[in-house]
Ligand binder design. Structure first.
Ligand code: GLY
Length: 246
């Protein structure tokens, strides 16, 4: 399945049950010969090797952070920028965000600012990242004063969703993604709670991404309609902040 997003940059969201077609889609958007995979320690153990193999004919560098919201920090952001510079990354090289929402935000913000913006591919590994954060171009890191206070709108050149990754997702993460899916049934049309009750599959993910696509295309920089996508997020951000992102 494929959804084309027509935003400030046009790109495809591909939904597959394996990584088999990642290479052919990525080839269409990769220009340089270097790729930096930004991931976290958990995803690294589970899936890094498979993704590296897909790109075995490029120069692949990997930067792995600790999982969790603490990694959306100025320190991690700065260290990744230095890592890219030390390894000679140029503007036509590529960052791949391999992970959940934290990795997408961190790698996306880094991609948007390194040399004023380098190519970005999202490979989301959590349900939440598949149905929400990997699509639409919001990137951010946290400040002591609050969540996502330094960020950018920066669209990826490709989002590749591999539903196989959901098999290793902890229940808590499935619930977290389900919260987003229920959100879409409230704010968009064509997705009923009965469909959601049937469980997660590619076509459910497709419907969510398509609802998000419509909203992002209408209001990419959130001056109005896009605020609908924050349903439940705003109170969640407040809770995260008072709990110090634990
Ligand atoms: N995650 C909310 C948005 O993309 O606007």
């Amino acid at each position: 399945m494929e959804i084309k997003v027509n935003a400030s940059k046009d790109y495809s969201v591909i939904i597959k049950d394996s990584l088999c077609e990642l290479k052919s889609y990525a080839k269409q958007v990769i220009k340089g010969d270097k790729i930096a995979i930004i991931t976290d320690k958990r995803v690294e153990k589970l899936y890094l090797k498979q993704v590296e193999e897909v790109f075995s004919d490029s120069k692949v560098y990997t930067y792995s952070v600790n999982g969790g919201e603490e990694s959306k920090s100025i320190t991690c952001y700065y260290e990744i920028l230095e890592f890219l510079a030390e390894n000679g990354f140029k503007r036509n090289d590529t960052i791949i965000a391999l992970g959940g929402g934290v990795i997408g935000d961190l790698a996306g913000f880094t991609a948007s600012t390194y040399m004023r913006g380098i190519n970005l591919i999202m490979i989301p590994t959590t349900l939440l990242a598949m149905v929400d954060s990997s699509v639409g171009g919001k990137t951010a890191i946290n400040l002591k004063s609050g969540k996502n206070l330094a960020g950018s709108f920066y669209q990826p050149s490709l989002v590749y969703i591999c539903t196989e990754f959901l098999k290793t997702l902890p229940d808590r993460e499935v619930l977290s993604g389900m919260g987003e899916i229920v959100k879409y049934s409230f704010i968009g049309s064509g997705l009923t709670l009965d469909e959601i009750k049937q469980g997660v599959n590619g076509s459910l993910i497709y419907k969510c991404v398509d609802i998000k696509r419509q909203i992002v295309e209408n209001d990419e920089r959130e001056s109005g309609e896009r605020k609908l996508l924050n349903l439940g997020h705003t109170v969640g951000h407040a809770i995260e902040k008072v709990e110090n992102y634990t």
